[in-house]
Design a protein around this ligand. Structure first.
Ligand code: ZN
Length: 412
């Protein structure tokens, strides 16, 4: 008997990051357009502790933004506020405002579990049904690597459950911010262990093969990704039936925005298997704000250039927290003095993620992606111009989510 959740995430859901909490309506408008086009996409506003501390914002602000957008646009379906990548030491600040929790236990992968709990798990799990090439020996080897992480997830889950109540929130477990990808057999053992620890996981974010850099396309073997993605879904189906995990348990793809070369593969597998998916975008809405500012010209363009100059100057400090998820070639970054002479069109072409456009500069885009701290420091001056340029900003925010993400993933 599967555990039930009070509110359903639905088959398709989209994690939307919004550094400055200004684009709630513009993002939700993309989900409305999806509905009009015939597909239900549940909006999830996600923001991590890392982002909050860099921007100086609090989880309650994300809740206010989401509620206000929903009220303004008359959204009647489910929506969620995701405490993204939280740990035991950061979860408390999110307990009131969030109803979706991404429990990040990547740091506990590889930590040896205590012998007694490893033995107890192995005695129960056996060969986990023997699919995916699993044997008692390989289950034990996988459990030795992941059981401590699962137990950490259970500790965090119980803290959330005590505060929010059972079944009143979505539970995601993430293991993506680590070095080596998890294979489907590992995923099945991890899910078996989560079920045994009483974690009713709704979405799981493994690390997939290849590179998922922030705000740019996938780098890796798409065919291999497609085989792995399909096998992961098969592992999830087995776990759902065998271990009574919530019906509709699905994969969550982190840094899922802008992975244009993967979307056809994801779409094929979803069509073939009937599975759902959660795609978490990587805070690229902030880049659409910059594009909107640049497109508006005048003071907007000048501010976008000023932010680039600031990001260029502080690039080492800005890149450090994101080192594992960006690849910037400093030699390909234009000098701020050169950018100073650019017109709107040239700035927008460099920043907007259109790989076919000769003016596109992936290095500049990645630097600006992590450069939001520069805008955060500008405070009211930045926000005032974003609001003044609302027309061009919101048009870009909505079009980015709908045309470049929702359509290739779920509609075209
Ligand atoms: Zn992640």
């Amino acid at each position: 008997m599967a555990m039930e959740i009070a509110k359903s995430l639905g088959k398709f859901s989209l994690g939307m990051g919004d550094r400055f909490a200004q684009q709630g309506r513009a993002q939700l408008a993309a989900c409305l357009r999806a509905r009009e086009a015939g597909v239900e996409v549940t909006p999830v506003w996600n923001k991590s502790h890392r982002e909050h501390s860099i921007v100086g914002s609090v989880p309650a602000g994300v809740r206010r933004e989401a509620d206000a957008a929903v009220a303004a646009l008359g959204w009647t379906r489910a929506y969620f506020v995701d405490a993204d990548h939280i740990r035991l030491e950061t979860v408390d600040a999110f307990l009131e405002a969030s109803d979706f929790f991404t429990i990040d236990v990547a740091d506990s992968i590889g930590r040896p579990p205590d012998e007694a709990s490893l033995a107890a798990f192995c005695a129960d799990a056996g060969d986990c049904g023997g699919g995916f090439g699993l044997t008692r020996e390989s289950v034990r080897r996988i459990a030795a690597r992941y059981l401590a992480a699962v137990q950490e997830a259970a500790r965090i889950y119980r803290r959330i459950e005590a505060a929010r109540g059972r079944g009143a929130f979505i539970t995601e477990v993430s293991m993506d911010e680590t070095d080596s990808p998890q294979t489907p057999d590992e995923l099945l053992v991890i899910l078996a262990a989560l079920a045994r620890e009483g974690v009713p996981v709704d979405t799981i974010a493994p690390k997939f093969t290849g590179r998922f850099n922030k705000g740019v396309d996938y780098v890796g073997d798409v065919a291999q990704f497609e085989r792995e993605f399909e096998s992961d879904i098969a592992a999830i189906r087995v776990a759902e039936e065998r271990y009574g995990l919530p019906a509709g348990l699905k994969l969550s793809v982190h840094s899922g925005s802008d992975k244009f070369s993967l979307y056809p593969a994801i779409r094929r597998v979803l069509a073939k298997t009937g599975a759902g998916v959660h795609v978490k975008t990587a805070g690229t809405t902030w880049l659409e704000e910059l594009i909107g500012l640049a497109e508006a010209g005048g003071a907007g363009l000048e501010l976008a250039k000023e932010i680039y100059a600031g990001a260029f100057e502080h690039r080492e400090e800005l890149c450090a927290p994101y080192a594992a998820v960006i690849d910037i070639d400093p030699a390909k970054l234009p000098a701020p003095a050169a950018v100073a002479s650019w017109d709107s069109q040239r700035f927008v072409a460099a920043l907007r993620h259109d790989p076919a456009c000769p003016g596109f500069n992936a290095d500049l885009r990645q630097l600006l992606h992590v450069g939001y701290k520069i805008a955060a420091k500008m405070g009211g001056r930045y926000l005032a111009l974003v609001r003044a340029c609302e027309e061009t900003v919101s048009r870009n925010v909505t079009a980015n989510l709908f045309d470049r993400h929702i359509r290739p993933l779920w509609l075209d």
